[in-house]
Design a protein around this ligand. Structure first.
Ligand SMILES: [Fe+2]
Length: 227
């Protein structure tokens, strides 16, 4: 954890508690909609790992870089820089590639195509560099993957893999990342001084990313529909 993010004590933004609850609720609904692992075929398990990899391996650092460029407050930038440093220094994309390889789930062209439209929508949103909505999206994602990592690990295990560094690392450190990103969200909301209700502008990226995650985890055909 960054020393700069532990020492500062500021009152919460009046809306932040409600926003955190709403984001947690989106995350909780997604986790509750995950297909039952026991009912998935090997191909369905492979597909989820592959689509997750197709999205995260090449995009997470891009999203976080967007958040860094959008951030106005120095403290937010320090928080995001910590995230980026960990991603790059420890080569999280390389870690995810090893995870997918070991589970025989490296994404194919079709896996990439399956998520392409919703991934494009998230990319365009990130490109607008709207600080607070972007922080909300990243805080949502960091919270979601805490809950998703045990599921992803179980999919890989059932694919015969013992390579769990990616899921082990992200199941632990992202609890911290999520807290820090909510702090960054709060700071950016204060600086933006947007007079609109949070519900009118803050959740666009959260919902776009939620829809992208649905495309990652949905299993076509005989499997449970998560939409
Ligand atoms: Fe990571």
């Amino acid at each position: 954890m960054s020393p700069s993010t532990t020492a500062v004590e500021t009152e919460y933004h009046p809306q932040i508690t409600s926003i955190r609850q709403q984001i947690a609720s989106v995350s909780g609904d997604l986790l509750a909609s995950l297909p039952v692992i026991e009912q998935l075929s090997s191909e369905a398990r492979r597909g989820i790992i592959a689509r997750y990899s197709a999205v995260l391996e090449g995009n997470f650092i891009y999203w976080m870089t967007g958040a860094y460029l959008a951030a106005r407050s120095r403290e937010s930038r320090i928080i995001i820089e910590d995230n980026l440093l960990t991603e790059v220094r420890d080569s999280h994309p390389g870690m995810l590639r090893r995870f997918a390889l070991a589970a025989y789930s490296v994404p194919s062209d079709l896996d990439a195509l399956a998520v392409y439209p919703r991934l494009s929508a998230v990319r365009l949103f990130v490109g607008r560099l709207s600080a607070a909505p972007l922080m909300a999206m990243m805080a949502f994602f960091e919270g979601f993957i805490q809950g998703f990592m045990p599921y992803l690990a179980e999919l890989a295990k059932r694919q015969g893999s013992e390579e769990m560094e990616y899921t082990d690392v992200h199941g632990v450190c992202d609890i911290e990342h999520s807290e820090e990103l909510f702090r960054a969200l709060e700071l950016e909301m204060e600086l933006a001084g947007d007079s609109r209700e949070a519900s009118e502008y803050l959740f666009e990226g959260v919902y776009l990313l939620r829809d992208l995650i649905k495309a990652m985890i949905s299993s076509p055909g005989i499997f449970r529909n998560v939409n």
